[in-house]
Each structure stands twice: as structure tokens, then as C-alpha cells.
Design a protein around this ligand. Structure first.
Ligand SMILES: Nc1ncnc2c1ncn2[C@@H]1O[C@H](COP(=O)(O)OP(=O)(O)O)[C@@H](O)[C@H]1O
Ligand SMILES: [Mg+2]
Length: 239
């Protein structure tokens, strides 16, 4: 067994690499020289107090915002070298995102919320709807496909959001407090879903201040304070 060889068998390729990323907002720094590497197949939980830079970190990885300095490489692509159009394409094709408050479109039923993600990358409406229905079925909510978000439960909304995030088979699924707005039962279901996805190989980056979410779903814990990584540990996942 070799060590330090990123291509050795059993170790995933590097999917995310952040080198000394700094992000300033006015006078203060939301990220202060943060470095982090994530390999294919990992489930990484980032934890830290409110305001420590967790959402800013996700925004950097998703190419939603640019660092003031430092480098962000995702799936082999240096985001700093892309223009806005390139970043938008990268985001649609390579990144799935889920949020605390789901961010579904209120005036589209569940199926169309999911299908839209593929239509934006050029899939036909028929192809997109077919895959959307498959995903809703896998996530156990196909019977809710014609229901509008307002009539779905929180857990159902988050499952629709997960289906939407998976539409384009992203290299990386990002989750920002995915259980933060859910009751404990729905939260557990979303955790089960994230665990299942990771077990079939989906790389996950989850930011949360829910200790249970981290210990249940993640294989590695990254603790952030004041915009820097202060501790990392490998987790034994608990049931
Ligand atoms: N768009 C923004 N404009 C100004 N300040 C911001 C912006 N986004 C985040 N911040 C600040 O950066 C810091 C980190 O924020 P954030 O990444 O949202 O933290 P967390 O997600 O860990 O709660 C906070 O002090 C926050 O107020
Ligand atoms: Mg946040």
C-alpha cells in the first residue's frame, strides 16, 4: 500500500481543493486562509459557530462567489480561471446544492422543480421529466410529483430539493444546514437519504451546526472557527 499517492487504489481523486482561501467583506474576513481537500466518495461535515464562514465556504466551492485571494479547484477545474458564464455552467453540471429552506420554486409542482435542473443544461423536456420522475421515485415521493411546494411537508420539500440537486449527476453534493428547518423525524429521513447517497458513491460536503447530522452522515469532521480550519477528525459513523 502506498501513501501520499492521490491515484492509489481505494482512494478517491481530489474533488475539492481549497488553498489558503481568504474572503473579505469590507473590513472583515469571512474566510481567513482556509485550506481543505476532499476526495471522491468522502462525506465531509463542516461545523462551527454561527458566522464562522461555513456558508461562505460553500459559496466558494459552488462558484457562487469568488475568493479575495487563494485558489479553489473543484473536479480538476480552477474556478479562478473561469468567467461568469463558465462558472454558471460548472455549477449546473458539476454541483448539486441543498439548503436549509429548500429554495424550491413555489409556482412549479415537485416534478417540474426537479426537471428544470436538467432542462437548464440542455436536456429535452421529455428526458428531463423522465429522469425527474425516476429520482422522485427513488426518494419515495413519486406520488407527490404534481403537488406544489406549499402543500408538501418540510421533509418532502427537502427530498424534492435533493432530487433536483441530483438531476445532473453532480460530482459534488453541497448541503447547507439541510436539516435546519425540519422536525426531528423529517431530519432523520434526510440524514438516511444522505447516508444512502454517500454509500453509492456520492461525494458530500455538508455544513451544519447539528452534531447529530455530522456524526451520523459524515466520514470526516472539519471544525471551522473565525474563517479557518481549527481541527479535523475521522468519524466512525453511528446509526
Ligand atoms: N454577502 C455578505 N456581505 C457581508 N458580509 C457577509 C456576507 N456573507 C457573509 N458575511 C459575513 O461573513 C461572516 C461569515 O458568514 P457565513 O459564511 O454566513 O457564516 P456561517 O454560515 O458559518 O454562519 C459573517 O460575519 C457574516 O456576517
Ligand atoms: Mg450559514
Amino acid at each position: 500500500m502506498t501513501t501520499g499517492d492521490s491515484s492509489s487504489a481505494g482512494e478517491g481523486q481530489v474533488v475539492v481543493q481549497l488553498d489558503a482561501v481568504r474572503k473579505e467583506y469590507g473590513e472583515s474576513a469571512a474566510l481567513d486562509g482556509l485550506s481543505l481537500e476532499i476526495r471522491a466518495g468522502e462525506a465531509v461535515a463542516v461545523m462551527g459557530p454561527s458566522g464562522c464562514g461555513k456558508s461562505t465556504l460553500l459559496n466558494m466551492v459552488a462558484g457562487l462567489d469568488r475568493p479575495t485571494s487563494g485558489r479553489v479547484v473543484v473536479n480538476g477545474e480552477d474556478l479562478g480561471s473561469m468567467n461568469e458564464t463558465g462558472l454558471a455552467l460548472f455549477r449546473r453540471r458539476r454541483i448539486g446544492m441543498i439548503f436549509q429552506f429548500f429554495n424550491l420554486l413555489d409556482d412549479l409542482p415537485a416534478l417540474d422543480n426537479v426537471a428544470l435542473a436538467a432542462q437548464l443544461t440542455g436536456a429535452s423536456a421529455a428526458q428531463a421529466r423522465r429522469r425527474a420522475l425516476e429520482l422522485l421515485d427513488e426518494l419515495g415521493i413519486a406520488d407527490r410529483r404534481n403537488v406544489y411546494p406549499a402543500a408538501l411537508s418540510g421533509g418532502e420539500r427537502q427530498r424534492v430539493a435533493v432530487a433536483r440537486a441530483l438531476m445532473n449527476r453532480p460530482a459534488l453534493l453541497l448541503a447547507d444546514e439541510p436539516t435546519g428547518a425540519l422536525d426531528s423525524h423529517a431530519g432523520e429521513q434526510v440524514m438516511d437519504l444522505l447516508i444512502d447517497l454517500n454509500q453509492i458513491g456520492q461525494t458530500l460536503l455538508i455544513v451544519t451546526h447539528d452534531q447529530r447530522l455530522a456524526t451520523r452522515c459524515a466520514s470526516r469532521l472539519v471544525e471551522v472557527a473565525d474563517g479557518r480550519v481549527v481541527r479535523q477528525s475521522t468519524l466512525e459513523r453511528t446509526a
